[in-house]
Write a protein that binds this ligand. Sequence first.
Ligand SMILES: Cc1cc2nc3c(=O)[nH]c(=O)nc-3n(C[C@H](O)[C@H](O)[C@H](O)COP(=O)(O)OP(=O)(O)OC[C@H]3O[C@@H](n4cnc5c(N)ncnc54)[C@H](O)[C@@H]3O)c2cc1C
Length: 385
Amino acid sequence: MPDDDLKALRGIGRELAEGLRTHSLDVHEGREAAEDVVAALPAEYWCLGLRPDRNPKPLREGGRTLPVRSCREFTALMEELCRGDAGLALAMPFSSMSAMLMEQMLDASQLDAHYARMSERPTWTFFALTEPERGSDAGAITTTLEPGEDGAVLNGVKRYIGNGARAYCGLVFARNTAASGMFAVQPVLVPSDAPGFTAELLDTMGLKGAGLSEIRLEGVRVPVADGARTAPTGLRGAMQTFDTFRPCVGAMALGAGTAVYEYVDRELRAGAQRNWRDRFVHRIEATRGLIATAAAALDAGRGDGSVSSAAKLSAVRLADALAAAAVDVLGPAARLDHPLIDKWDGDIRGIEFMEGTSDIQRQTIAQGWIAGRLPLVGARPGEGR
Ligand SMILES: Cc1cc2nc3c(=O)[nH]c(=O)nc-3n(C[C@H](O)[C@H](O)[C@H](O)COP(=O)(O)OP(=O)(O)OC[C@H]3O[C@@H](n4cnc5c(N)ncnc54)[C@H](O)[C@@H]3O)c2cc1C
């Protein structure tokens, strides 16, 4: 996408974010459902992220169509939306990791039905990897997929699944009992009205709009004759989705952090405002640049998990620093007097966990550096001494 279009996309995102912000506290405090906020938006927003050739309601600006398909487009839009409300940004159907992977898994008639449904009403899907005792370690998954003669049967529990209780179908990562090793773990398409499928909304301290849920699969039959419909790229495709999604989570942290920055900036008098700006404005710009670098590399097929991790880690660190500084600067009663600051702090903690905690990102960065795959660092350990 040309830079002008990216700027236009950001402009649309900023406008939408202002609208989302007006619902922030109502959703956070349980007076309003995130689904209702999304349903009240024009259809262009439910259809964000759909394949341009199949999108019945594309975003338009000055006669141009603005797709949201590349990592650059996705990160730019997510940053802007999270300046409004990160939880509600996650309630937008396009923001689920399942969206693109599902396109690979649906056959032509399913894809037609899926797109028709998306243009009629907001339609959510889920991406269910994380388990209660195993976390998001794909190699340790205990949910089983047992192939039989007339299909396959799923059993297991998934937790912290975004949109889980509001989705009509989604991807469940399960271990195929007829296969072995890492390749036995497969994403399987599961409709949420299948007998044995239940999903319950979890109570969370932040990101309420994300609709984190627990999903139980008790003898769920996967309705395909040849075992199960799985992604052609299997777990590898899912891992690529993670790499692509990581700068987007960084963009979410940056957006939430920028919301804190702008809020505090408006509250301060001139002298204190200057200090506040000196402290953070360059860091915000630098972090935005790092996220853009990671996103552009992924779009160009040069994506490296370690640059994506560096982008996410830096953004989360910045957002965390902004939330802590806000409480410092606004005084001891900041969380009571400024409920949005309290809410954003909780949201930022949630974002820290998405796509791997900061400890896990540091490990990925270290591995990339040792292997000489981290271009921004340049020298490998021991070199140049
Ligand atoms: C808002 C939100 C949305 C989410 N959406 C989804 C979703 O849609 N689908 C889904 O499947 N999951 C989802 N998750 C779950 C999320 O992906 C996981 O919680 C996340 O990846 C962390 O993994 P984990 O729970 O296995 O924690 P762990 O990685 O086990 O981390 C637990 C703690 O141990 C520390 N730790 C772990 N390993 C190390 C190590 N080697 N060295 C040092 N410290 C370590 C971590 O830093 C952390 O403090 C979501 C989570 C959140 C908060």
